[in-house]
Design a protein around this ligand. Sequence first.
Ligand code: HEC
Ligand code: HEC
Ligand code: HEC
Length: 124
Amino acid sequence: MKIYDSGKIGLGLIFFIALVTFPFWVSIGGNKQMPELKMPDSAHECVESKEFMRTNHMRLLNQWRDSVVRENNYIYVSSTGKSYVKSLTKTCLNCHSSKEEFCERCHTYASVRPYCWSCHLESE
Ligand code: HEC
Ligand code: HEC
Ligand code: HEC
């Protein structure tokens, strides 16, 4: 067996990352330590299901940005057939009106620091 087998190292690394982040993804389901998030008062559903949004909102935002910037396509049709304008501030933050008590509260807990706000709030 070769000592430097990059394929095995890659797999090992993926496994390691999965193992290390696993407790977070489990605890996010309803652990007491999870901070309380300020949910929208009037709206009752997100652009996609809560479960989908929990794990995929960052990918969805990237898709939105790419299709706006590259294809000038501003309309998102959700899996239930509703249309939304693809906008971080005009759509997401319109419902989740407190960035601090929603997005940031969870990100602080998860130690994530999205770099979006330097541009996206000032421009609003
Ligand atoms: C350096 C400044 C800058 C940063 C940082 C930045 N963006 Fe943007 N973003 C822009 C600009 C400029 C546009 C184009 C605006 C337009 O065409 O309406 C845009 C467009 C978008 C759009 C689609 C249009 C809209 O109104 O939302 C999304 C979604 C988006 N960005 C998400 C993000 C996310 C998520 C992050 C952080 C991970 C981020 N951006 C970081 C400058 C930035
Ligand atoms: C029409 C209002 C509305 C819009 C627009 C909206 N949300 Fe939501 N969002 C909600 C509601 C209501 C919930 C709670 C859904 C539930 O409990 O089933 C939610 C849930 C979520 C969750 C899961 C929270 C948790 O408890 O795990 C995330 C993450 C999220 N939204 C992010 C976003 C992002 C990012 C955008 C923009 C791409 C967005 N939302 C757009 C209303 C909205
Ligand atoms: C329920 C918890 C939770 C809520 C609420 C939440 N996020 Fe996140 N967000 C996360 C986690 C966890 C990650 C890191 C996931 C990863 O790296 O795979 C993340 C990552 C991101 C990223 C990518 C950052 C990066 O550096 O890769 C963006 C952009 C983002 N969130 C935007 C938002 C916005 C905007 C809102 C509010 C509308 C929001 N999030 C609400 C948990 C949340």
